[in-house]
Design a protein around this ligand. Sequence first.
Ligand code: C2R
Length: 174
Amino acid sequence: MSQSTPGPDHPQVAIVFGSPSDTQTMSKAGATLERFGVPYEQVSLSAHRAPRTLADYVGQLRARDISVVIAGAGLAAALPGTIAALTTLPVIGVPISGGALDGMDSLLAIAQMPPGVPVATVGLNNSTNAAILAIQILALADPDLGLKLAAFKDEFEQAAADGLSAAAAAGSQP
Ligand code: C2R
């Protein structure tokens, strides 16, 4: 288990992944949270390999004022669902590609949760979207974060407008 807490503030988001081999895929979640100034912690913990340690960790999240969990795992990905079973906090699952089935096993294991125990599942390896969704949840109670999200979306709009202008300019050239 490894842990890091950037910034002086207490973490609002816990990023958990099943193995150190998932670190690179999951690093985009942390980078995105940092971009929005959201403090987080990052832990490698496996439901399959360390179930009691995971249960202890998850059992303390609410008391530690963590609001959202992002959980990434590949192969037979029990981790996000197990965390969802152990907490009432929202859990966002990141399926990770690799192995003989190249991520289909992970995708289905994370998305196909039984009724009553949801895991909000993003696309394969898309830990960026997991972070954006976590930020959107936090922004419900944080107007400043909501403004940052609105500016983030405006960047897409501006890029599209710039692209159209550039295409129009190129098309009008002799
Ligand atoms: P190793 O590279 O450590 O063998 O792990 C990890 O998320 C990783 O993608 C290979 C893959 O196994 C996944 N793993 C799980 C769980 N624990 C590890 N899916 C779990 O508890 O769900």
